[in-house]
Design a protein around this ligand. Structure first.
Ligand SMILES: CC(C)(COP(=O)(O)OP(=O)(O)OC[C@H]1O[C@@H](n2cnc3c(N)ncnc32)[C@H](O)[C@@H]1OP(=O)(O)O)[C@@H](O)C(=O)NCCC(=O)NCCS
Length: 150
C-alpha cells in the first residue's frame, strides 16, 4: 500500500485504530483513558498514507515551550521516513502555537527513536534515572531538546 502522506487532528472516532497502532508499536502503550484525556488537553494528530491511518503524535505546548508526548508509526510502516515526516509536522505545529523550544523523553534503549530525534536536530541534555517501567525493573529516560525556528 502506498499513497500521499497527510495529517489531520485526531478525533475520538480515530481512537480504535490509534490504539491498534499504539499496542502494536509499544511494549508499554498508552491506555484508552490516556488518549481520551489527551484529546481534551493536548494537540493530537493522526497520519495517513493514502487512506490508511499509519501513525499518530501528541504535543503539549505551554506558553513558548513544547513537549513531544507521543510519536508512533505502525511497525508495518516503519523505516520509510514516515517518523521523520510526522516529527516535522508536529514541530511545525508547535511553532504555529508559538513554541520556541521542544523537549522530550526517550527510553535509553530506544535507539531508533533516539536517532530520529537527533536527525531532526534534538540534542541530549540530561537523564532521568529509572523513569520508565521496563521488563524486570525500570529504565532511564534520556531528555532531549531542540530549538524551533519559524
Ligand atoms: C520511533 C518511530 C516513530 C520512528 O518511525 P519510522 O517511521 O520508522 O522513522 P523513519 O522511517 O523516519 O526512520 C527510521 C529508520 O528508517 C530509515 N529510513 C527512512 N526512510 C527510509 C527509506 N526510504 N529506506 C530505508 N530506510 C529508511 C531511517 O534512516 C531510520 O534509520 P535508523 O533507525 O537506522 O536511524 C517508530 O520506530 C515507532 O513508532 N516506534 C515505536 C514507538 C516509539 O518508540 N516512539 C518513540 C517514543 S519516545
Amino acid at each position: 500500500m502506498s499513497g500521499a502522506i497527510s495529517f489531520r487532528p485526531m478525533v475520538a472516532a480515530d481512537l480504535e485504530r490509534v490504539l491498534q497502532i499504539e499496542n502494536a508499536a509499544f511494549s508499554h502503550p498508552w491506555s484508552p483513558g490516556i488518549f481520551k484525556d489527551a484529546l481534551t488537553s493536548y494537540d493530537c494528530w493522526v497520519m495517513f498514507e493514502g487512506e490508511t491511518q499509519v501513525g499518530h503524535g501528541v504535543i503539549q505546548v505551554i506558553i513558548d515551550e513544547a513537549h513531544l508526548l507521543n510519536i508512533t508509526v505502525h511497525p508495518h510502516s516503519q523505516g520509510k521516513g514516515f517518523g521523520l515526516q510526522l516529527l516535522e509536522h508536529l514541530m511545525q505545529r508547535a511553532t504555529q502555537l508559538n513554541a520556541g523550544e521542544c523537549f522530550l523523553e526517550v527510553r535509553a534503549s530506544n535507539q531508533s527513536a533516539y536517532r530520529l530525534y537527533e536527525r531532526y536536530g534534538f540534542n541530549e541534555i540530561g537523564k532521568r534515572r529509572d523513569y520508565y517501567p521496563a521488563p524486570g525493573g525500570r529504565e532511564d529516560a534520556l531528555v532531549m531538546a531542540c530549538t524551533l525556528f519559524d
